[in-house]
Design a protein around this ligand. Sequence first.
Ligand code: HEM
Length: 184
Amino acid sequence: MTKNAPTRYHPLQVTFHWLTVVLLFAMFPLGTYMSRLPNDTGKIALLTAHMTLGSITLIVIIARFINRFRLPRPAHATAGNAFLDWIGKIVHYLLYTLVFLMAVSGISLSLQAGLLPIIFGGSGVALSADFYVFVTRMLHGVIAPMLALLVVLHVGAALYHQFVLKDNLLSRMWYKKKNRRSIK
Ligand code: HEM
């Protein structure tokens, strides 16, 4: 990182970050709730919402990852401890990887279970009685708690910076305030 590194993330990356947060916070409860329901027609609306939002999440995370290298970004935040800083970097890369794998395993499951014509094509074919016969369902279910744990770690670290170290780290992941001019 050069000494001319910006002090905050680019507005596009800020938008992608908070969009990812909103999408993940919708996807986790939706996925967990719907997986407890029987695989009948009553599940189709929820699957439609989950699969659509999940696919949008994949596009957002790929766009964010590409722009991470394309756009200037601030230097990695330090917690004043080399080990914690190293963990911080690993967690960031793992977050990208697990969100990606979560979405890809979901898409693979929908292909394996023949969900696309049922959900988006209105084929009227019945859903598989049990998605767990597909290995991709296992993967989707195993990655979910790992991703949830990482999100908790990530939020914990952000709060530690903000309220213990008091370095106002969160301001880097928000938009620059416009200079206010008085309108007469
Ligand atoms: C990052 C994006 C995603 C997140 C965070 C997410 C989250 C979840 C969660 C938490 C579950 C329940 C897991 C369990 O309780 O074992 C689930 C189930 C499921 N997800 Fe996703 N998902 C994502 C993307 C996708 C995508 C892109 C698709 C398909 C296009 C998809 C299709 C499914 C299906 C078919 C189920 C199974 C529901 C059932 O067992 O009845 N997911 N998802």
